[in-house]
Design a protein. Structure first.
Length: 247
C-alpha cells in the first residue's frame, strides 16, 4: 500500500469516528515494535487522535487550570516541554508558576470548545500577570489583555511583559520538542516583540521568537492565552499531518 493511500485511509477512519480498536486503523508497521511502544499522534491537529498519550501533572512550577484536568494529555514531547519551560521561567523569575489549560483528551479526537487540540500536539498556556503595583499574581483562569497590556475585565491586572518574554525565549530555545507555532493575538505579539527589541538583554532572540508567533486564522484572537503546537514526532510522518485540515 503506497504511503499516500495509507494516510488517506487513516484520515477517513478518523473522520468516521470509528474508535473501537485504534490499532486496526494504523499501517501494519505501526502496530509492531518499536511503534507499538510509542505515543502516536495521528491525523491532523483539527481532525486526529492519539495513542498512549502522556498526562501533564502539576508541579511546584506548573498548575493545570480548573476544568482542564481531563484534557491534560498529549504527546510526551509536548508534555515534557511544558514541564521544562515552566521550571526554566521559575529559575529566571523566582516563584513563577505557569498556568496550563487544555491539551487533548486521553484518546484525542474532538474537544469541546476547540477546533484543534485533537492529536496531542497542542496546548493552551495562560499569560503571566501582575497587579497594578507590579507584584506577580497567580491566576486560576485565563484573562484577556489589550494592546496596552491592561486586562479587559477591568480587574486592574497587567500583562507581565518580562515573564511572558522569558517564557517565549524558553520555548524558542527548546530543541527537543520541535515547537512549530505559538499562537497569540497580533497586538500582544507586537507588544512583546517591541518590548524585547528595546532591551539589549533580550534583543538577540527577537527574530527567533517572531518566526514562531502568529495569530491563527479563522479562530479566536488568542488574547487571553498562548497556544503552542509541536511538530509531528520523528518517524511518524506516515500517520501524523503537520498542518490543520482545510475546511
Amino acid at each position: 500500500m503506497c504511503p499516500s493511500f495509507r494516510f488517506a485511509l487513516i484520515a477517513l477512519l478518523v473522520a468516521s469516528g470509528a474508535r473501537a480498536d485504534p490499532l486496526q486503523k494504523l499501517p501494519p508497521q505501526y502496530q509492531r515494535a518499536p511503534y507499538s511502544l510509542m505515543s502516536l499522534s495521528v491525523g491532523y491537529p483539527n481532525q486526529g487522535w492519539q495513542l498512549r498519550a502522556k498526562r501533564l501533572k502539576r508541579s511546584e512550577h506548573l498548575r493545570i487550570k480548573a476544568g482542564s484536568e481531563s484534557r491534560a494529555y498529549g504527546h510526551p514531547a509536548l508534555v515534557l516541554m511544558l514541564a521544562r519551560t515552566a521550571k526554566q521561567v521559575a529559575r529566571g523569575a523566582r516563584g513563577s508558576v505557569m498556568l496550563v489549560g487544555d491539551l487533548s483528551s486521553e484518546p484525542g479526537g474532538k474537544l469541546p470548545g476547540h477546533t484543534s487540540h485533537q492529536s496531542g500536539r497542542d496546548a493552551d498556556v495562560g499569560f503571566f500577570v501582575t497587579d497594578a503595583k507590579g507584584r506577580a499574581v497567580l491566576l486560576d483562569h485565563f484573562v484577556a489583555f489589550d494592546s496596552e497590556g491592561r486586562a479587559k475585565d477591568n480587574s486592574g491586572l497587567l500583562f507581565d511583559d518580562w515573564r511572558n518574554w522569558l517564557l517565549l525565549e524558553a520555548w524558542a530555545q527548546d530543541r527537543r520538542a520541535g515547537l512549530s507555532h505559538i499562537f497569540v493575538a497580533t497586538p500582544l505579539k507586537n507588544r512583546l516583540l517591541k518590548w524585547a527589541a528595546a532591551r539589549p538583554a533580550f534583543r538577540k532572540r527577537v527574530d527567533q521568537v517572531a518566526l514562531l508567533l502568529k495569530q491563527p486564522e479563522n479562530s479566536q484572537p488568542h488574547d487571553d492565552h498562548f497556544h503552542v503546537r509541536i511538530s509531528c514526532p520523528k518517524n511518524q510522518n506516515e500517520v501524523c499531518k503537520e498542518q490543520s485540515l482545510a475546511r
